[in-house]
Design a protein around this ligand. Structure first.
Ligand code: EPZ
Length: 419
């Protein structure tokens, strides 16, 4: 089992390039099922989750070819086969596999997708996906852990009010509605940049999708979609993760190839701490910062504070001189990193959905365990700031969402090794 070993306290200086967004690449890869033509994607992050999505799509008849010359470019081409089953052993590895549901229904009028099951951060049901696709004319049955769904007459446009903002449900329904007959109006959609990236990509494929105001979208179904050549947006969560690394140990750490607009709300929060940060249109330079006052953070749907950087923020706020409060409003069990951070010297209390981050006298290296993707990266951040050696186990969680993290950090002076 691979581990990552960090000898903390080294100043981070140099340049970290941000990779393409995992959470934009995954739905856009699933959109390859919506056309028989080639979908050529660039700036795709080289991650385990992208490999898993490639396997799921291949099992459904999509030819996925990675460019010889560039590991971040892939071409996908669906050949309209009879395969419509997304198998359990693949789906259980990555719940985003559920994103093939909408496209399969739209193209094949049937699909059988294993229930994704929960994960470390919560039950993560898909009731919103199912209820909305039902409104487009699909019927669903649950059989042996698989969702069997069919729409023998094809999908028909409808008005859909989502009961709760859901990134994945929005993406599934938008993809399905793009090939439904007639018009679909969806309200209360997720507005994460990754959702907008999917919509932009679909429109380059010939879809007719128009964003309305206050979380609404209008979709005019079309008969067929074409291929496209599309570049994935930068990963805003990865960018913020490295910016926080800079606030903990930076000495002129420059994070580039990012999209400032996608992280503007978090940048404002960090600047107010104050984190010593300067930015231009696609890069940010950060220095180690003395944070006096703690703050209160509520994780929210975009453009609110992202749940995917809650764990990372806890590390930074542990260095403040007064206590902070973070309410995790999106997932029901996303504090798995807290016991591990406390073993490294943090002083964090949990009270239901509320985490209280008390001041501590800094982090000390320790052997720690990763539990989910963002939790594991918070332990890396604490290890970078800690006195002494930290060993992180179960780093397969990390490889799902961070491309070459130890390579990027070592290039900036961190003493970090994968063993
Ligand atoms: C996406 O997950 C992201 N994953 C998550 O990133 C991210 O944390 C999450 O959105 C919130 O921003 C991808 O994009 C691949 P949701 P998703 O549907 O779509 C509940 C990471 O670290 N819900 O917006 O699964 C759900 O349980 C990952 O990269 C229902 O109740 O998130 C959760 O509490 C982790 N019923 C809340 O809504 C449903 O049918 C938000 O979930 C669907 C969701």
């Amino acid at each position: 089992m691979q581990k990552i070993v960090i000898n903390g306290g080294q100043p981070l200086r140099g340049v970290i390039p941000v990779s393409g967004s995992k959470n934009a690449a995954l739905p856009i890869m699933a959109a390859s099922i919506l056309t028989n033509e080639k979908l050529e994607l660039s700036n795709v992050p080289d991650l385990v989750d992208v490999k898993t999505m490639s396997l799921v799509l291949s099992s459904l008849g999509v030819n996925v070819a990675k460019s010889e010359s560039n590991k971040n470019s892939i071409t996908l081409q669906y050949s309209d086969t009879e395969k419509t089953i997304a198998e359990y052993d693949l789906v259980r590895k990555m719940r985003a596999s559920i994103l093939v549901l909408g496209p399969l229904l739209a193209r094949k009028r049937e699909a059988s997708v294993s229930l994704p099951g929960g994960c470390a951060i919560g039950a993560r049901p898909i009731d919103i996906h199912i209820d909305a696709l039902t409104k487009l004319g699909a019927t669903f049955e649950l059989e042996k852990g698989y969702i069997q769904c069919s729409a023998p007459k094809g999908l028909t446009g409808n008005k859909i009010q989502l009961p709760k903002v859901s990134v994945g449900a929005t993406e599934n329904i938008v993809m399905a509605a793009s090939l439904a007959s007639g018009e679909t109006e969806i309200s209360n959609i997720a507005l994460e940049p990754e959702v907008i990236d999917l919509i932009n990509c679909l429109n380059t494929m010939g879809a007719k999708i128009e964003l309305g105001d206050n979380r609404s979208v209008m979709i005019q179904g079309v008969k067929t979609l074409n291929g496209s050549i599309y570049s994935i947006i930068p990963d805003r969560i990865e960018a913020i993760t490295y910016i926080i690394a800079g606030a903990l140990a930076g000495d002129g750490l420059k994070i580039e190839n990012l999209n400032i607009e996608h992280i503007s709300n978090v940048l404002e929060t960090l600047k107010a701490l104050p984190v010593d940060i300067i930015f231009d249109e696609n890069s940010v330079t950060v220095n180690k910062s003395n944070i006096s006052e703690g703050i209160e953070i509520q994780t929210k749907e975009y453009p609110g504070f992202p749940t995917d950087v809650q764990a990372q923020m806890m590390v930074l706020m542990s260095m403040a001189k007064t206590k902070s409060v973070i309410d995790e409003n999106i997932f029901e069990n996303r504090f798995m990193h807290v016991p591990e951070l406390n073993r490294m010297g943090a002083n964090i209390e949990i009270n239901g959905k509320r985490a209280i981050i008390n001041p501590c006298s800094g982090f000390r290296g320790a052997p720690v365990m990763a539990t989910d993707l963002r939790a594991s990266v918070s332990l890396i951040l604490a290890g970078l700031a800690a006195e002494g050696e930290t060993t992180l186990n179960r780093i397969y969680h990390l490889d799902r969402g961070y491309e070459q993290i130890e390579v990027k950090l070592e290039a900036c002076g961190a003493e970090i090794k994968r063993v």
